[in-house]
Design a protein around this ligand. Structure first.
Ligand SMILES: [Zn+2]
Length: 420
């Protein structure tokens, strides 16, 4: 069993927290922005210091590789993302990059014998905060291996022409060109050169903390669906039209949301999560009764049968009239539960046991680049406890000890994969 360095990990956490520092405890580090490029340069600097070979692919993913004893063996890669959401925290994504660096640094410092080349990787544009969608670049790189229903969302040309949410004249392609990190497509993560992938990430939820565990051994990314419900009424004057004659689309939608909560909760699945996080109201004027409202519902659970039960409740909304308004239900997208590679999952679990870290098996409710990689090569994930379950916000926090423990479990899991 080998141990990573708390001191070196702490230094990395402090250093990387400065790139995109928003001045109140968190960061805004959009992909390929100045702050992101500074973080990437720091990664390259530290990896060159241990004599890793640095490569870039055509979508600005960065790979740092140290050789093993067998030059023909396939690589084992560990990676995550350096970009953040607006006013995000100092751990989402970057923890996986820092841990991968820490593993390589520990292997080099302690001269740990290993057969396979080991690679630390930065995925470009995981968040999609500036150039949507999220997980854009893993979608591009793993494109040929994605299920058909997901594939259509990640066509290369469409991704490159994704327009910045801040500047209508700027596209992802422009950002790639000016980044200085655009390399060769032949360097992309691929099943011929890479044997397996590990991603470590903060949990972004409260399950580990509530259970008093530091490390999560992740078994799957939950299946999910996203549907849109649309309500059609009639705009009339707010001051002149009697209540009993109105077709208020917002009132209709709010009744439907309450109905969905009541019916879905009655199914009684404690692990089921569902969210309405976005709503559109037209004309959205304070003197007008709304004639059109739509909202999304995002539903996640491991079991396809459970998701089907919820879906029939959602679809059932179209068969009713809501406050005199018609309702249409439209599928936006869905994905099946993605299970991690069983062997790698076992290595992660065994490593956690050997390291004597407090750990438990958990699901991932959020999507990650590893989930697309899993369609291409054997992949698994580890989680580190998130304080108060907070993420995608500035108070996001994991202790340096927890982060280092995560890196140590990762190191020992990777060494098991190397031996097999
Ligand atoms: Zn992330």
């Amino acid at each position: 069993m080998y141990t990573c360095s708390l001191e070196r990990m702490t230094d990395k956490i402090e250093t990387f927290s400065r790139f995109g520092d928003a001045g109140h405890g968190g960061i805004t580090r959009y992909t390929l922005s100045e702050a992101d490029i500074a973080a990437r340069n720091e990664f390259v600097k530290r990896m060159e210091k241990i004599k890793a070979i640095i490569e870039y692919d055509d979508v600005a993913n960065v790979y740092a590789t140290i050789q093993g004893t067998d030059p023909d063996a396939k690589r084992i890669v560990m990676g995550s993302h350096t970009d953040s959401v607006k006013n995000g925290g100092n751990y989402d994504g970057i923890l996986g990059v820092m841990s991968a660096m820490e593993v390589l640094e520990t292997v080099v410092e302690k001269d740990i014998p290993h057969t396979h080349p080991l690679t630390a990787m930065i995925w470009t544009n995981e968040e999609g905060s500036l150039y949507p969608p999220a997980m854009m670049v893993s979608g591009i790189v793993c494109y040929d291996y994605l299920p058909e229903s997901i594939k259509e969302k990640f066509k290369y040309e469409n991704m490159l022409s994704s327009v910045s949410v801040l500047d209508p004249c700027d596209t992802f392609k422009d950002a790639l060109e000016r980044s200085g990190f655009k390399g060769d497509a032949k360097n992309r993560l691929n099943p011929d050169s890479y044997e397996s992938m590990f991603e470590i990430h903060i949990e972004q939820g409260p399950i580990l903390e509530d259970a008093g565990k530091n490390i999560g051994i992740v078994d799957c990314v939950l299946g999910m669906f996203n549907y849109r419900l649309r309500f059609y009424g009639q705009t009339v004057h707010a001051g002149t039209f009697p209540m009993n004659k109105r077709q208020d689309a917002l009132f209709a939608a709010s009744q439907a949301i309450c109905h969905l909560h009541k019916e879905i909760d009655a199914l009684g699945y404690p692990e089921l999560v569902y969210t309405t996080g976005e709503i559109v109201c037209h004309p959205n004027v304070h003197t007008c009764v709304p004639d059109y409202v739509d909202f999304c519902i995002d539903v996640r659970h491991e079991s396809a049968q459970v998701l089907d039960k919820v879906l029939s409740i959602v679809k059932g909304c179209a068969e009713k009239e809501w406050a005199g308004c018609n309702c249409e239900v439209e599928k936006m997208w869905n994905r099946d539960t993605v299970y991690w590679d069983k062997t790698l999952f076992t290595y992660a679990k065994e490593a956690a046991e050997e390291v004597d870290s407090s750990h438990m098996v958990v699901h991932s409710g959020a999507g990650h680049d590893a989930q697309f990689a899993a369609y291409m090569i054997p992949t698994t994930m580890l989680f580190v406890q998130s304080k108060d379950g907070l993420s995608h916000c500035e108070p996001e926090y994991s202790t340096p000890e927890q982060c280092t423990e995560g890196a140590t479990v990762l190191l020992n899991a990777v060494l098991k994969a190397d031996k097999s």
